[in-house]
Design a protein around this ligand. Structure first.
Ligand code: SAH
Length: 336
């Protein structure tokens, strides 16, 4: 069963720009004539979005709009991990209150694979996803972001991908730990496939298509990679698809198309979800969905109902909804 888990974050990037008042002319259901009604409200322009992010530092502070150096990333990343574990307790590598030992299932036969779209420098992959999954497909359209992620991961800065230089004590300690986990059937090596690509027209099963550029694979030593499937298959199937703070860059039609294809790219069976963690503004009166274009980064801020409308149109069911706690007041609500 494919399902969506939605977070919405209230308040996040560029709070001033994102708190602007609705453009009432663009609202659906207004008293405009029928010819005008057919005209869609202005949507995001993909090139403008890329241009905006291209001017931002390739750092956590950059991708988090200046909130990267305080508590926000820690709280936010921890909440995401807990949400993943509470929905998919079998992801836990050890027994804990959520997965007491008798229920801890053996590893599945396949390599557990997650897609991280609009991934920036790989902050979410590094701190939330890779600790729990075997393989990550990391997609990001901004060249300097995806290259910075690749650089950091391949130089041993990501805890779960130790560099294999044979000299650095700390890196060797991590490698040994990984080997022990594999021997104890707690792991099967980790890989991240870095791909430069935007979300428009993406079929997640084929992340490296003609619109994509493969940047590289960062992997545990070959001898430690085992299990079926995973990020290097001709057709990639995912346990989880993670979308955070990037879907605002998609117009309605492209978003719904992406979500439909994402649903088809999930593995069959239980425990497979699409997570959407995004900013969320208020609904229009009467609980009607609405969205506002932020001209600065050319992205849409959608209201709760607007998100739900997109999910329904894509044939998805909302399984869980959570508000991100601990976000600064001046930011939009963030929900997953
Ligand atoms: N998800 C990451 C990055 C958030 S910043 C995190 O939470 O840390 C927003 C990201 O959306 C940027 O990396 C930006 O390059 C990306 N983005 C912009 N336009 C996009 C598009 N058309 N398709 C996919 N991602 C896009």
């Amino acid at each position: 069963m494919s399902s969506t888990v939605t977070y919405y974050l209230e308040g996040y990037l560029t709070p001033d720009a994102k708190r602007h008042k609705p453009n009432t002319n663009a609202k659906s259901g207004s008293a405009l004539g029928s010819a005008l009604k057919k005209k869609s409200p202005p949507g995001p322009v993909y090139e403008k979005g890329i241009e905006y992010w291209d001017g931002v530092d390739a750092s956590v502070n950059g991708v988090l709009g200046g909130y990267g150096e305080g508590p926000v990333p820690h709280i936010e990343q921890l909440s995401s991990r807990l949400l993943l574990l509470s929905l998919i307790p079998s992801l836990s590598p050890f027994a804990n209150p959520l997965t007491p030992s008798p229920t801890l299932k053996p590893l599945p036969a396949h390599r557990r694979t997650v897609l991280d779209v609009g991934a920036g420098i790989g902050r979410v992959s590094r701190h939330v996803l890779l600790p729990l999954f075997d393989d990550v497909v990391l997609l990001e359209p901004v060249d300097k972001f995806v290259r910075e992620g690749y650089r950091a991961a391949s130089s041993g800065e990501w805890r779960d991908l130790p560099a294999q230089n044979g000299e650095d004590e700390e890196q060797n300690r991590r490698l040994d730990q990984q080997r022990n986990d594999i021997k104890g059937s707690k792991g099967r090596g980790k890989r991240v496939r870095f791909v430069k690509r935007g979300l428009q027209n993406l079929d997640p099963k084929y992340p490296v298509d003609e619109q994509a550029e493969e940047i590289g694979l960062v992997s545990s030593p070959k001898s430690e990679i085992n299990g079926e499937g995973g990020c290097m298959e001709d057709e990639v199937l995912y346990d989880v698809i993670w979308c955070q703070w990037c879907l605002g860059h998609m117009n309605h039609e492209d978003l719904v198309n992406f979500l439909r294809k994402a649903k088809k790219a999930l593995r069959e069976g239980e425990d497979h979800y699409i997570f959407v963690k995004e900013n969320c503004c208020d609904d229009a009166p009467g609980g009607v969905g609405q969205e506002f274009l932020d001209e600065e980064d050319s992205s849409l801020t959608r209201s709760h109902q607007k998100w739900v409308d997109c999910f329904i149109e894509a044939g998805l069911t909302v399984k869980r909804e959570e508000i991100q706690q601990g976000m600064p007041d001046e930011l939009f609500v963030v929900k997953t």
